[in-house]
Design a protein around this ligand. Sequence first.
Ligand code: G3H
Ligand code: 13P
Ligand code: ZN
Length: 362
Amino acid sequence: MNPAVGDDPHGAKNQFPAGAGFPSVHPLSACKGRQESTHRIMPLTHTRDLFSKALKGKYALGAFNVNNMELLQAIIEACEEEKAPVMLQISKGARDYAHPVYLKGLIDSAVKLSTIPIAVHLDHGDSFELCKQCIDEGFTSVMIDASHDPFEKNVEICDKVVEYAHKHNCVVEGELGMLVGAQHDDGEEGGSYSKGGAYTHPEEAVQFVKQSGVDSLAVAIGNSHGAYKFKGEQHLDLERLKAIKKALLDAGMGDYPLVLHGASSVPKELAQKINKYGGDLGEETAGVPEADIEVARRVGCTKVNIDTDLRLAMTAAIREVLVSKPKEFDPRKYLGPARKAVKELVRHKLRNVLCCAGHAFD
Ligand code: G3H
Ligand code: 13P
Ligand code: ZN
């Protein structure tokens, strides 16, 4: 019998069958060929190639979380229409929810039916074993998130993942600092950098990248996950971001790719719509202003992670249908509008925030 959805991803039942990983990765140039055929299974594009093009083109890659078919279709259709490259990210939670083999099947279909460059990334890998599984399955990049560990331990686990990943044609994102949000960083007191604070310290970032060998770095500059990021008129610490980028450049790391997690802007109108149709998100929702993301992109955040906004768009659309049409019980009648809402949101991000629209075939 086939493994059940939701089995423990570390258990034997949830392992990929041998040889069942993603098709091998070809260089970005291979994407051009995909325009002619929509029915052959074509390979993923390597994260390394997407990063180098994004750095050159001064745009950011949208890294959107995938948990089910409608989210994936919305993201891919938006990127296809906007001609944007994309990073699909899969969290441990997504693997637990949908099963790695279903996710692989969905992504294979997306690759087959689209022409844009697609990379697949593990979001917030929490162990060497999980990273190894994803590397073995053909993910083009993995994140090992040991940011809650002390510096030395964080370096040690990243180094171990990097060693395995680089031997298997995969690149690694690490994280330094903690995503506590703007209101909880002790290091912000007095406005000076503090190694004791939760925000990423520029000189520590250099040491971290040198010692761990990670290929990209997620930074903590006031960003946090979810729908309650800031209180009042708070912003990202964009000066700190500039200092981190400069420290890496001065240390000879070149135009080093930085990653911005927690980059949802939590649009008020979506929270209000959810509340209007029976939700209870309260009045305190707050995200990163899109203008801050725009600056972060210009300063050098090459990968921008967005999940919460997609969840909000999907939930608002579903709630609206279920409340306004209480007799409706065909899932397609609420998942369809939800997919459309997510697609429109992603199109807006690609065009107006990340500026990666039109760069798929550079
Ligand atoms: O940063 C976390 C992402 O939003 C993924 O969330 O772990 O609930 O899948 P998840
Ligand atoms: P948001 O919660 O702001 O969407 O952040 C998502 C994220 O960082 C995924 O890794
Ligand atoms: Zn994140």
